[in-house]
Design a protein around this ligand. Structure first.
Ligand SMILES: N[C@H](CCC[C@H](N)C(=O)O)C(=O)O
Length: 292
């Protein structure tokens, strides 16, 4: 039987990024979730989400949990900033802690209570810029802009994105108005472009001024979302690398705003924002009847 059958979950959101948190740290035996189970949870009879955060028993001393992150198509996401803030809020409220370290595929993430009681900060680690790190299918020495476009060759609609890995692949297209493009149409084309062998999260970004950027993101494996925390980090870093923004910026997303700092001293990216609890539930075993 699925480890998720009858298991408790929390439905939350990180500025509108739909997140489900499942704590399997106490489960006897199998604490793994298959792609088919993750898709079943995302179905209308389950708890529809953009990302599912599964807490598994810690694998390293000093960490609270090993977290596996799923997109709603069942694929694994290396990183999820908004989901991390939701997990952090949940743990802090239960334990009274104000700091915690988690392990994910992208490495160790330190998290702490932010500068106000409703704010949570996640140290998302250092960005990576090498073409193999993102990864790209071919060599680009300079990833501040890469050659990639959609639309007519002589008059592309979108072109020359910056690419960054925040533990997951991001392409950031610089535009004057993030709402002027049909991201639902171009998002899937770019997400699945052969230049991205592991697909990519696709962001439109408008630099309002050196302290403020507006973005909209088409997420790999989840589609249009109201917020993507790692995309906010990727955008802040890419803009600073181009010397078009400061290392501390505010990012406005459709669902709210995030504070991002690309810290000079260690290259780490700190993301600060809210996390909202919506409801708790238990998964109906019937959801998993036909999945392995
Ligand atoms: N919403 C998430 C990112 C999910 C990324 C995922 N779509 C992928 O890389 O596959 C965030 O707040 O960072």
């Amino acid at each position: 039987m699925s480890a998720l059958a009858n298991h408790a979950f929390a439905k939350m959101n990180g500025i509108g990024n739909e997140i489900v948190v499942v704590d399997l740290r106490d489960s006897q035996g199998r604490a793994q979730v298959s792609a088919a189970e993750a898709r079943a949870v995302a179905s209308p009879a389950g708890a529809p989400y953009d990302q599912l955060m599964v807490l598994q028993p810690p694998r390293l001393d000093g960490t609270e949990a090993y977290i596996t992150i799923y997109n709603n198509d069942g694929s694994e996401a290396g990183a999820c900033g908004n989901g991390m803030r939701c997990v952090v809020r949940r743990i802090f409220e239960k334990t009274g802690q104000t700091t915690a370290t988690f392990q994910t595929r992208a490495g160790l993430l330190n998290c702490w209570q932010g500068p106000a009681p409703d704010l949570y900060t996640v140290d998302m680690g250092a960005p990576k810029f090498g073409w193999q790190d993102i990864p790209l299918a071919e060599e680009f020495r300079d990833t501040r802009y890469i050659e990639l476009q959609v639309g007519p060759i002589d008059n592309p609609v979108l072109h020359s994105p910056s690419v960054v890995s925040m533990g997951n692949p991001h392409a950031v297209f610089w535009v004057d108005d993030v709402n002027a493009y049909d991201l639902e149409r171009f998002g899937p084309l770019l997400e699945n472009h052969p230049i991205f062998p592991e697909r990519a999260n696709i962001t439109l970004a408008h630099i309002v001024n050196r302290d403020h950027i507006t973005i909209r993101t088409w997420e790999r494996g989840a589609g249009l979302t109201r917020a993507c925390g790692s995309a906010a980090c990727a955008t802040a870093v890419a803009a600073a690398r181009l010397k078009r923004a400061n290392r501390i910026v505010e990012i406005t997303l459709p669902g709210g705003k995030l504070g991002i700092e690309w810290r000079e001293r260690d290259d780490h990216v700190l993301m600060t924002g809210t996390a909202d609890f919506e409801y708790e539930g238990r998964f109906d075993p019937a959801l998993f009847a036909s999945v392995a």
